[in-house]
Write a protein that binds this ligand. Structure first.
Ligand SMILES: [Zn+2]
Length: 182
């Protein structure tokens, strides 16, 4: 399903084109990182590379800014399968290319949204079946573990925004309302 953004702005890439851009950028980046590592210019552990890749893929295919269209049919919602329905409230909450498409807050809203759903599910499980042992996050979580996740996620989001022609100060400018709406 290709979703075309419309409205006052110039046409921007469909979900499929966004995916291709992100996959292409990843290939270039991976080749560059591999080369730099071979030349001993860069030290990346396999775990860090994996974290980066997982977060980048999640950001590209599952947590795309275009989930602000999830009240309709959109590529990134389809990847969730039946769980795609969970994103409908997010789509209703955020106007297309509004806060969801800002550089810092936008990606954060989707992380918080996922955290909220997880918290609701955990709460429900604890209420219905208190004896169930839920997996725990080992504490403390190290920065060298979190950082590749954050970089991978945010990079995937920023590539989407760049392809959309959204500037880093989006949402901070006065003319913000003009670019809202679909
Ligand atoms: Zn977009």
């Amino acid at each position: 399903m290709n979703v075309r953004h419309s409205g006052t702005m110039a046409p921007v890439p469909s979900g499929r084109v966004h995916n291709l851009i992100n996959i292409g950028a990843y290939s270039v980046l991976a080749a560059g990182a591999l080369y730099a590592a071979r030349q001993n210019l860069l030290v990346i552990t396999p775990a860090q590379a994996l974290n980066f890749t997982v977060a980048y893929a999640a950001g590209t295919f599952l947590l795309s800014p275009d989930l602000d269209l999830a009240e309709g049919r959109v590529d990134s919602k389809r990847h969730w399968g039946v769980l795609g329905i969970l994103w409908v409230p997010y789509g209703m909450l955020f106007s297309h290319r509004g806060w969801s498409h800002s550089w810092v807050i936008g990606p954060l809203t989707r992380l918080l949204y996922v955290a909220l759903i997880v918290a609701l599910v955990v709460g429900l499980v604890k209420f219905v079946a208190p004896e169930v042992q839920l997996p725990r996050i080992p504490q403390p979580v190290a920065w060298k573990f979190i950082l590749p996740l954050l970089i991978g996620y945010y990079l995937s989001q920023w590539l989407h925004l760049i392809a959309d022609g959204v500037r880093p100060d989006h949402g901070l400018r006065k003319g913000y309302r003009k670019v809202r709406g679909r």
